[in-house]
Design a protein around this ligand. Structure first.
Ligand code: N1C
Length: 241
């Protein structure tokens, strides 16, 4: 409509959408499916990019739901082999260094959708079809924003699909080695399927020089209890080599 000013996007406290978000999503999708894992070269990156935008554009970023991301999840479905799923919490860097060396292991970021979204931020606006590059709701503070809903949704799927013995890398040099409020503690452990996942193995890693033994800490005991109630066996290794 000629002459009408574009509606002003809502202003939030958090940082805005990552610059060039659509291009990054498309580029990462092609890199993953054509270069890194050509067995997925049949995936349609244009469709995937469109489904990602449709999940949040023209919507209030504080009213996002799992359903918004379902079409994107369907287009990016992928099988992770049994015994190869690796979870992590407050140990992203170490976990990913490990999967870089141990290429047959998969964190969520080693799957297509996790790879595409890793480190990015995004939001739309209820009153405009534009991407909001200026600001987005501050996670946890202003609302459960669309990026938070996204990670909950994909983490849930990642855990539901896991099979065999699964691993988690935990940070033994912080007080809450197992944190009930983390994605791992809140979403992933409750979505493991006991009929497919007999055992969860924790690798509790410490900073160099820190010789505490976190496997015997009370937070690890909480994890053990939750799993035992869910009929999943638990093993724990301090500073797995
Ligand atoms: O909250 P966390 O850790 O326990 O989440 C990690 C856990 C892993 O096992 C992943 O499978 O949940 C999954 N996951 C991601 O893969 C991921 N990539 C990037 C969850 N969150 C992820 N992010 C962002 O990091 C996201 O913004 C979320 O809030 C943080 C969580 O990191 P954490 O607290 O160290």
């Amino acid at each position: 409509l000629w002459g009408l000013p574009a509606p002003k996007l809502k202003e939030w406290d958090g940082k805005g959408t990552t610059p060039n978000f659509p291009e990054i999503v498309l580029g990462r999708c092609y890199t993953y499916t054509k270069v890194l894992r050509p067995e997925l070269s049949h995936k349609d990156c244009r469709k995937i990019g469109k489904a990602f935008m449709d999940a949040f554009l023209s919507k209030d970023p504080c009213s996002s739901t799992e359903r918004d991301y379902q079409p994107l999840l369907e287009l990016t479905n992928q099988t992770v082999p049994c015994n190869k799923t690796l979870f992590w919490s407050k140990s992203s860097e170490l976990a990913h260094q490990y999967t870089t060396v141990q290429q047959e292991m998969f964190t969520l970021e080693n799957t297509l959708l996790g790879y595409i979204a890793d480190g990015l931020n995004w939001c739309g606006d209820a009153d405009s079809s534009e991407i909001n590059y200026g600001s987005c709701p501050k996670m946890g503070k202003q609302c459960n924003d669309t990026v938070f809903v996204f990670w909950n949704t994909v983490s849930q799927r990642f855990a539901e699909n896991a099979c065999g013995v699964v691993q988690v890398v935990l940070n033994g040099s912080i007080s809450n080695t197992f944190n009930k409020n983390s994605t791992f503690g809140r979403v992933e452990i409750y979505n493991l399927r006991p009929e497919k996942v007999p055992t969860l193995q924790a690798w509790v890693m410490h900073d160099i020089g820190d010789r505490s033994v976190a496997c015997s800490s009370s937070s690890i005991n909480d994890l053990k209890l939750i799993l035992s109630n869910r009929n999943i066996k638990f093993t724990c290794h301090d500073n797995y080599r």
